[in-house]
Design a protein around this ligand. Structure first.
Ligand code: IPE
Ligand code: IPE
Ligand code: MG
Length: 244
């Protein structure tokens, strides 16, 4: 595995049928730490470190959108100390990595109801988004206080507030009210740590995504693993309900 990781940069990569949008459920930080007898929060720190090389590799490969599930609407059920560490790590990540991401042409945006995040997290996000507003190589879409059900309800309620009584909601209109408005649906969903579930991620948008489950815990997931997921994706035959 070491060798594979070291070769990630040099590996030739088939560029046909590249997914436009990759969504990642970054799971397994806690188990990574627990297996080492460490506090779960150490795993989160390592998990944040693992994100940057993945973002850089995705941008290098020509991926247009990378959506990373960082904090779910259900993650508030965790101990407040763990939540505080996660929010602190978000602020640290944005402060330390935004300049380099900007240099790489990465635009930072979010999905999820970020108005409910602690004030420092909201401020860091506002700053990072403004800083990278002009970047066009790739979008890094951070899912924060994100839940697919919550997103759908917010979208429907918003539409209803601004729409005359009696109008019919269509899929096209509905999508304009989702947090992902303007983005293509994910082509590829990657989940680390071997769990086979969506955990309330992008419920509408993943309708026809190809799914790739990696056994690696998120802190161990590297650029070579991203490449392996994309290669696997390129072997899939997508049919979208038709005959392909
Ligand atoms: C993913 O790792 C990070 C977040 C959900 C914030 P976990 O914290 O879920 O790690 P495990 O699944 O307990 O190992
Ligand atoms: C999904 O992981 C959320 C994130 C990775 C941010 P969880 O660890 O919260 O999911 P469950 O609880 O195992 O389904
Ligand atoms: Mg988990």
């Amino acid at each position: 595995m070491q060798g594979q990781e070291a070769n990630a940069e040099a590996a030739p990569f088939p560029s046909q049928d590249l997914p436009r949008h990759i969504a990642i459920i970054m799971d397994g930080n806690g188990r990574w730490a627990q297996r080492r007898g460490l506090d779960r929060t150490v795993g989160h720190r390592e998990g944040v470190k693992a994100l940057k090389p993945i973002v850089k590799e995705a941008a290098r490969l020509g991926i247009q959108v990378l959506t990373a599930y960082a904090f779910s609407t259900e993650n508030w059920r965790r101990p407040s100390q763990e939540i505080d560490v996660l929010m602190g790590l978000l602020v640290e990540f944005l402060a330390s990595e935004t300049p380099e991401l900007k240099e790489e042409g990465v635009r930072i945006r979010t999905i999820g109801d970020i108005r409910k995040l602690p004030r420092p997290a909201q401020e860091s996000l506002a700053w990072a988004m403004a800083e990278t507003r002009q970047e066009e190589r790739m979008i890094l879409n951070l899912a924060l206080n994100y839940g697919g059900r919550d997103e759908i309800l917010r979208a429907v309620n918003h539409w209803r507030r601004v729409t005359p009584e009696g109008s019919e909601l269509t899929a096209e209109i509905f999508q304009q009210y989702l947090d992902t408005a303007g983005l293509p649906d994910p082509d590829l969903l990657i989940r680390s740590s071997g769990e086979f579930r969506l955990s309330n991620f992008l419920l509408w948008q993943l309708a026809y995504a190809e799914i790739y489950i990696s056994d690696k815990l998120w802190p161990d997931f590297g650029p070579a693993d991203l490449q392996a997921a994309i290669r696997d994706y390129q072997t899939r035959q997508r049919r979208f309900g038709g005959l392909g």
